[in-house]
Design a protein around this ligand. Structure first.
Ligand SMILES: *Cc1c(COP(=O)(O)O)cnc(C)c1O
Length: 399
């Protein structure tokens, strides 16, 4: 552990030195199956040749000029993303939090335009939107906020997947400008809303003149088996944030918008030094190319189903298993016991995953995972869960 790093992470005792596809190598040449993809980032796996080639070539040509000048690669990427998301305009930044931050600034502008002096944004319980002051204030997790008060004002908290709660806020609160939510909650424990929920939120936003802002930082760019998770629900938001999977590890995020929201920013109202530079855009364009050419959306759907089925079958009616759920390659395995230490056990079996909300094992495997790799993932995880439950159980578990 370095004395010269701020202690923001309790890091696992492992150092990776190279990667290829879904595999990572540590210093002792042990090989790990990466079922987390750098937290939903490396959707094409590690060291993807097309991304590496695009980066190498762009690095030799032009890395950065700033947004004071035209950037053709940024214009191309904006056009591509807008077509894929059925949006109209993009603002590029460097992270998920910045993409959400831009969305929140759009909500404030929208509110002021409607004559609301202090516009509010409805946000959800168990949500996650980032670690800047505004995005942690929007986040529905006290642990993320504790110690950073005063929080940014102007957020109204509502339960997720509860349209009645939003209707009640609409009746009682005149100052709302927007609703911000994840189409599937990621950090909050892989929570998939019921079928009609997003469409009902869309309808309510239309009726109220609220912006519907979807945080697709984790769900976007093919993760759930569509380009964007909202497409599963046939819902088009006014504002959509993306980041994680967009650059396969090269930091890039985007806030997409359409309609009135697309022209709220004007010269001087928002800016970034690095955002959308030629290097980052070349990586993102390569990512979109590969997803398209290799038909990885369909692959994510197929893989997600086979992994979930495999887990349900291998774990059967194991008493520790509450539910296997997810959308595409965003998979949650909820246990009915606290999962402290399970990540370490999985690491000992050379499998990388995370635990969310205390009891939900989260898998965000790469979209390029092979059938044999998926089979291995299920098999190792089955062992990890059984061993973990056995060690936790006061009496022997019968299975
Ligand atoms: C990860 C995440 C963020 C924050 O992204 P950073 O790049 O860490 O700033 C925001 N929203 C969602 C839904 C996320 O999953």
């Amino acid at each position: 552990m370095s004395d010269h790093l701020m202690a923001t992470y309790a890091r696992l005792p492992v150092t990776f030195v190279k990667g290829e596809g879904p595999w990572l190598w540590d210093e002792a040449e042990h090989i790990y199956l990466d079922a987390l993809s750098g937290i939903g980032v490396c959707g094409l796996g590690h060291a993807h040749p097309a991304v590496a080639e695009a980066l190498a070539q762009q690095a030799r040509t032009l890395v950065h000029t700033s947004n004071l000048y035209r950037i053709p690669l940024q214009e191309r990427l904006a056009e591509r993303l807008c077509r894929l998301a059925q949006m109209e305009r993009a603002f590029f930044c460097n992270s998920g939090a910045e993409a959400v931050e831009a969305a929140l600034k759009l909500a404030r502008l929208h509110g002021h335009r409607k004559g609301i002096a202090e516009p509010a944004v409805i946000v959800m319980e168990n949500s996650f939107h980032g670690r800047t002051l505004a995005t942690l204030s929007a986040t529905g997790n006290r642990k993320v906020q504790a110690g950073f008060e005063p929080l940014v004002k102007g957020f109204i908290r509502a339960p997720y997947d509860d349209i009645e709660a939003l209707e009640a806020i609409a009746r009682n609160t005149p100052d709302v400008a927007a609703v911000l939510l994840e189409p599937v909650q990621g950090e909050g424990g892989i929570n998939v809303p019921s079928a009609g929920y997003l469409a009902a939120v869309r309808e309510l936003c239309d009726r109220q003149g609220w912006l519907l802002m979807l945080d697709e930082v984790q769900t976007g760019v093919g993760r759930t088996g569509k380009w964007f998770a909202c497409q599963h629900f046939d819902v088009r938001p006014d504002v959509l944030s993306v980041a994680k999977g967009l650059g396969n590890g090269v930091p890039i995020g985007a806030c997409l918008a359409r309609g009135e929201a697309a022209s709220l920013f004007t010269p001087g109202s928002h800016a970034t030094t690095f955002g959308g530079n030629p290097l980052a855009c070349s990586a993102a364009l390569a990512v979109l190319d590969v997803i398209e050419k290799e038909d990885l959306l369909a692959r994510a759907t197929t893989l997600g189903k086979s992994i979930c089925t495999g887990l349900r079958e291998s774990l059967g009616a194991h008493p520790a298993l509450r539910e296997v759920r997810g959308l595409g390659l965003m998979i949650g395995i909820e246990l009915n016991l606290p999962c402290d230490g399970l990540v370490q056990n999985a690491l000992a079996h050379r499998l990388l995953l995370s635990v969310q909300a205390g009891r939900v094992i989260r898998l965000l495997p790469p979209l390029i995972l092979g059938d044999e790799d998926a089979y291995q993932l299920v098999s190792i995880l089955n062992t990890v869960i059984r061993e973990f439950a056995q060690a936790c159980a006061p009496e022997p578990v019968n299975d």
